[in-house]
Ligand binder design. Structure first.
Ligand code: AMP
Length: 290
């Protein structure tokens, strides 16, 4: 495994790979890797000849009062983990390498970037879509891997790739969780022991929503109210949102049908956590819908 820090070196390394027809899988990350990231890498390893993992904490996706400077970083640990997972190339550029000048060209999907997390993080998904566009152009992978954990991000990347005709297949990877259901996240290290115990309410609320739907509930408002009540009742936890949206378009719905994403965000102490689950329901005009 080699660690590469410049775009030119990366192109020099990948051009011969591409020329002999070997497939390339890209896993974009911000580092401080855990088992969630590892699942993306092992999935990419199984499906490609060459695996590239990028590690880049992207300033463009952090708001002025967010944790860009404090975001945890540990390249040595990440390299060790990635070597053990069979990664071929770690691409770890500096901010100056990716943005030698302030970004003037931005990629945005306002209808999808201003909903859900976009309401509290208005520039976040524009930063994500822009840096992922750049990484896809730099690496030119056959497949790129994203976690369902960041469900809004995954839906936005899928739509961007479709709308802008990127020649890449986007692969979504299911969320990896702690034994008690908490989604693994680099930000979980911010939680105190007490906050960590309350943080499980996000997944518990989502499970309650799944149970509501399984019991025949098709009113989005009822499912949302139940999730919001559970999260709001938890000590140390402040609800940001509980929503049910179309999984592809991220638009809200009244009656649940088709591919839906149930998504929650909450502050546990000062740490903002997100989680979601996907459900496939019969379409509205199906005879199975009451
Ligand atoms: P990040 O480093 O937080 O930007 O995450 C990099 C990639 O790993 C994103 O595609 C995330 O969705 C994915 N990821 C993060 N946590 C998990 C998890 N618990 N399960 C699956 N994928 C994850």
């Amino acid at each position: 495994m080699q660690t590469i820090t410049t775009i030119q070196q990366l192109r020099n390394a990948l051009d011969p790979v591409r020329r002999v027809g070997r497939s390339i899988g890209l896993v974009p990350t911000m580092g401080y890797l855990h088992e969630g990231h590892a699942r993306l890498v092992t999935t990419a390893r199984a499906q490609n000849d060459e695996v590239v993992v990028s590690i880049f904490v992207n300033p463009l996706q952090f708001g002025p009062n967010e944790d860009f400077a404090q975001y945890p970083r540990d390249l040595r640990h990440d390299e060790q983990l990635l070597a053990s997972l069979g990664c071929d190339i770690v691409f770890a550029p500096s901010v100056d390498e990716i943005y030698p000048e302030p970004a003037v060209t931005l990629v945005d999907l306002p209808a999808m970037s201003q909903v859900l997390c976009g309401r509290t993080r208005p520039i976040h998904f524009r930063g994500v879509a822009t840096v992922v566009s750049k990484l896809l152009h730099i690496v030119q992978p056959d497949k790129a891997y994203f976690g369902q954990k960041d469900g809004q991000q995954l839906a936005i990347i899928r739509r961007m790739v479709q709308d802008l005709n990127f020649p890449v297949e986007i692969v979504g990877v299911p969320t990896v969780r702690e034994p008690d259901g908490l989604a693994k996240s680099s930000r979980n290290i911010y939680l105190s022991q007490l906050e960590r115990s309350h943080a499980t309410v996000l997944y518990r609320a989502l499970q309650a929503a799944v149970a509501d739907v399984a019991a025949g509930q098709i009113s989005a408002a009822m499912v949302i109210a139940n999730m919001a009540a559970l999260i709001s009742a938890e000590p140390e936890v402040r609800l940001d949102y509980a929503e049910v949206v179309n999984a592809q378009t991220l638009q809200p719905m009244d009656r649940l049908s088709g591919s839906i994403m149930m998504a929650v965000a909450a502050y546990v102490g000062k740490t903002r956590l997100i989680d979601n689950v996907l459900l496939e329901l019969p379409p509205l005009d199906s005879p199975n819908v009451p």
